[in-house]
Design a protein around this ligand. Structure first.
Ligand code: IPD
Ligand code: CA
Ligand code: CA
Ligand code: CA
Length: 272
């Protein structure tokens, strides 16, 4: 049993690694990107940059923290073993918002989080295009570029700007469309911005009032979920379940119940 470094120490490592990773993503975008392969469906694309950035993160972590475990979108656990008791696991989304990245839309990010004993304790999300950087540590608050963040004070679902996203898994989008169709008349408006980690960071600072999505991976949620929660948002699934692949809802406490209940009525966690 080893004792893990403090959340602040883990955040410092995450920041160094994520900044270098974002610089690589930026440079590769300038040089020009194209689709390298498709994954679950033809809309589920991966570029050379997704792979190169994750490889760079894995290599950097191996240098700095050789005994830690990792989980990444493109390479899974890489060549790391299982996480030891009391050990650290890093969770990386090398490019969140790959479709935006591919099209040159300035809304994609590197997301890197550190987990100790299955609990995310530090996270950073860095926008590749703008350099905006959100960080959080468990109990230490959520920050953007040195400014402490609070989620919105909106209490009325009818006045809420709600972000969401659509997964790539086969058949999922038809059901997601019915959920959006059932929600749109009950909110101020809906945004599908295209990068879940950034959407969660926008909830942290009230640039979105709330966000929900079915089908997220751990790498989409880890860092941004901590940022949102540390800014005062409730981040959970349906019916008291933890947030996960079934559904993630992130909303200020007063907005959580009305959004949650509407999503439950619409069976937002259902379908493929
Ligand atoms: C995707 C984005 C998108 C969300 C999808 C994710 P990727 O991540 O976060 O906004 O709707 O569910 O898979 O593939 O661009 O890293
Ligand atoms: Ca992807
Ligand atoms: Ca992602
Ligand atoms: Ca990704």
């Amino acid at each position: 049993h080893r004792s893990a470094p403090s959340s602040q120490e883990l955040l410092a490592i995450a920041l160094d690694v994520a900044r270098a990773a974002a610089a690589t993503a930026y440079r590769m975008r300038v040089e020009g990107v194209s689709v390298a392969a498709t994954k679950s469906t033809v809309t589920d694309v991966v570029t050379a940059a997704d792979r190169a950035v994750e490889r760079q993160v894995l290599d950097a972590l191996k240098q700095l923290r050789p005994d830690d475990a990792v989980l990444g979108e493109e390479y899974g656990t890489g060549d790391t073993g299982p996480v030891a008791p009391g050990g650290v696991r890093w969770i990386v989304d090398p490019i969140d918002g790959t479709v935006n990245y591919l099209y040159g839309l300035p809304y994609s990010a590197v997301s890197l989080a550190a987990e100790v004993d299955g609990v995310v304790v530090a996270g950073v999300v860095r926008n590749v295009s703008t350099g905006e950087e959100w960080t959080a540590t468990a109990g230490g608050g959520a920050w953007r570029d040195g400014v402490r963040l609070r989620c919105s004070g909106e209490t009325d679902l009818g006045q809420a700007l709600v972000g969401t996203g659509f997964g790539y898994a086969a058949g999922r989008r038809a059901h997601q469309a019915t959920v959006v169709a059932g929600l749109i008349a009950h909110v101020r408006d809906i945004r599908r911005l295209g990068a879940a980690a950034l959407d969660l960071c926008l909830v942290a600072e009230g640039r979105l009032d709330a966000y929900f999505e079915k089908g997220l991976g751990a790498w989409d949620l880890a860092a941004g979920g901590l940022v949102a929660a540390e800014a005062g948002a409730r981040v959970a699934g349906l019916a008291g379940r933890p947030p996960g692949p079934d559904l993630v809802v992130a909303a200020p406490p007063a907005l959580f119940a009305p959004l949650h209940d509407r999503l439950a009525e619409l069976d937002a966690a259902g379908g493929p």
